[in-house]
Design a protein around this ligand. Structure first.
Ligand SMILES: Cc1cc2nc3c(=O)[nH]c(=O)nc-3n(C[C@H](O)[C@H](O)[C@H](O)COP(=O)(O)OP(=O)(O)OC[C@H]3O[C@@H](n4cnc5c(N)ncnc54)[C@H](O)[C@@H]3O)c2cc1C
Length: 548
């Protein structure tokens, strides 16, 4: 069989890429080596940028209607034990009651992987030109000048076959076969902690203690943070994580049951559904692929779940790659386009793994600044000690709970296919997030007069925003795009607040919603601009970077 694009791995990132390509009309085949069953859901935070992609794909309602109860409180609660003392709490409403942040037409959602993957699968499988195959494992591949030949097999029957593709994307997770076969190493810290996750069922969990319902309980003992428990489905399933240390340890079933007893403060009835022993890592691939084979998601970056960045970063990879693959498969994309994938996404991977580790460091700061013994004792002195310690911990943890800067603020500042405007790079804090239309940034959300968002103006191709009452001419840009078959649509908007947010009268937005170029007049040479943003040549500044 043959397919323009072969995606290896049917986790959330592979499924999102299949959906993105399907939405773009690009035929693709996804292979997944398992039967698709999720033994233990990992992710459950669908970030605000991922929800913006879902908005574009038209599947926000599906996410909203996922069976995680909309009114289940999302509080983060810091305790010595479920029947012990509460040290602090960061209250959040149920996902159905959280407001959109002002910078977005969307909001994050709490939808665990065993609810979110099926949504992505349903989306991707709705396109007749997308083929999803389970029980199909990539064994090896050979890349030639004109394509890739992949050898796959059915792990159940052992039946082997070959798949020919123009491009292959390895979204095959942390132990990526694609990455390994390409000989790509990963750099960073391979073992932050050895952690054990235990999925358990306990329908009356919230009746067994007085802390109420919340999303995450963080347990602080005399040794600092040692355990977390999260409400996986907002009903009867919970996930306990014995946080661990950088020293290798295998928690036995006795250790697991002892941890649950210590967390509750007494024995209680529960059913262990699955145990996952895993290593928390801070690693980024040294390269993101070759001319025809790429890696995305956990295959490219592995980070601590603190912050919920992993899948969301991977779906950002998929969206970046999606329009570039469409461009080269359709014939209008130049050679620099796929090269820019690594230039744009690897810095984001490095940025996000580092922030995830900083979040872990904040939680584990309790192991440096141990709670004094009074924190665990009754009485007024204990209350005062708990308040002081809890206030300190709550303040540092806010960096993790409020991170729209991480989710929305990533930029492609040094991309070879972005035309810089000479303005200095703004800061990049995790919070607060300040929108900017500087080239390389996500194009800002502004509410239009008709109630839609600017993000709703961006389609599958480029969008040339012409802003203000009397915008400058754009014939040279439009002519150059038409001549090269580059899909471009001009949109004139008069709203003054849009011009204020975008700061220039002309703004060229890419098919992935990032700004490619902006100015107050079109360039003398429209061909040069279109050649850069469609990957046929690179900007002079980048050429100097490559030769120096
Ligand atoms: C406890 C925990 C909580 C987390 N919470 C969040 C969160 O809230 N938000 C967030 O964004 N991230 C979170 N993450 C991270 C997130 O789960 C991962 O980043 C995400 O699952 C990565 O998706 P992926 O598709 O790249 O890889 P995976 O989910 O690992 O999927 C890879 C797929 O490829 C398949 N595969 C592997 N090899 C082959 C092969 N040779 N042939 C065919 N198929 C193959 C595998 O079977 C698998 O299905 C969390 C992680 C953990 C551990």
């Amino acid at each position: 069989m043959s397919s323009p694009v072969l995606i290896v791995g049917g986790g959330p990132v592979g499924l999102a890429l299949a959906g993105e390509l399907g939405w773009r009309g690009v035929p693709c085949t996804l292979i997944e080596k398992t039967d698709g069953t999720i033994e233990q859901p990992k992710m459950d935070l669908v970030g605000v940028r991922t929800m913006e992609f879902c908005r574009r794909w038209g599947i926000v309602d599906w996410v909203r209607d996922a069976p995680y109860p909309p009114d289940y409180p999302q509080d983060y609660i810091y305790v010595t034990g479920l029947n012990g003392y509460e040290l602090g709490r960061e209250p959040f409403p149920g996902r159905g009651f959280e407001a959109n942040p002002p910078e977005s037409p969307s909001k994050r959602e709490r939808v665990p992987q065993d609810m979110f993957d099926p949504i992505l699968r349903r989306f991707a499988s709705g396109f007749p030109h997308v083929t999803l195959r389970t029980n199909c494992e990539l064994v090896s591949f050979v890349e030639t000048g004109s394509g890739v030949r992949a050898e796959v097999r059915d792990p159940v029957t052992g039946a082997a076959e070959a798949i020919e593709a123009n491009y292959v994307v390895g979204a095959d997770g942390g132990a990526s076969t694609v990455r390994e076969r390409l000989g790509i190493g990963m750099s960073g810290n391979p073992a932050l902690t050895y952690t054990t996750n235990v999925l358990f069922r306990c329908p009356n969990f919230s009746e067994l203690h007085d802390k109420g319902k919340g999303y995450r309980f963080i347990f602080i003992g005399p040794e600092g943070v040692w355990l977390t428990i999260v409400a996986v489905n907002g009903a009867d399933r919970f996930r306990m994580s014995i946080v661990g240390t950088p020293q290798k340890i295998t928690h036995t079933e006795d250790d697991i049951r002892a941890a649950l007893r210590r967390a509750m403060g007494r024995d209680f009835d529960y059913q262990i559904l699955s145990v996952m022993r895993w290593v928390r890592r801070e690693l980024v691939a040294d390269r993101y692929g070759t001319d025809r084979v790429f890696i995305a998601g956990d295959a490219a970056h592995l980070m601590s779940p603190t912050g919920g960045f992993g899948m969301n970063t991977g779906i950002g990879d998929a969206v970046d790659l999606g329009w570039k693959l469409e461009a080269v498969v359709s014939g209008w994309g130049g050679a620099e386009l796929l090269r820019s994938y690594e230039a744009e996404r690897r810095p984001v991977g490095l940025r996000n793994v580092a922030e995830a580790s900083r979040n872990l460091g904040r939680m584990l700061a309790t192991r440096e600044r141990l709670p004094e013994s009074a924190v665990f004792e009754p009485g007024a002195a204990g209350d005062a000690a708990r308040k002081a310690y809890g206030d300190w911990f709550a303040a540092i943890m806010r960096h993790e709970w409020f991170a729209n800067g991480v989710m929305l603020g990533y930029r492609y500042d040094n991309s070879p296919i972005v035309w810089p405007d000479g303005t200095p790079a703004p800061p990049d804090p995790s919070h607060p997030y300040t929108q900017t239309a500087r080239p390389g940034a996500r194009a800002p959300h502004v509410v239009l007069d008709d109630g839609r968002s600017t993000l709703d103006l961006f389609g599958r191709g480029f969008t040339l925003l012409r802003l203000g009452a009397d915008p400058p001419a754009t014939g040279r840009i439009e002519g150059a795009a038409a001549q090269r078959g580059v899909p471009l649509r001009s949109v004139h908007r008069r709203e003054p607040r849009l011009l204020a947010a975008y700061e220039r009268a002309l703004v060229l937005v890419r098919p992935d919603g990032h700004v490619a170029w902006r100015a107050d007049a079109e360039p003398a040479d429209g061909d040069a601009l279109i050649d850069v943003v469609s990957g046929h040549s690179i900007h002079l500044r980048q050429q100097m970077g490559r030769t120096s």
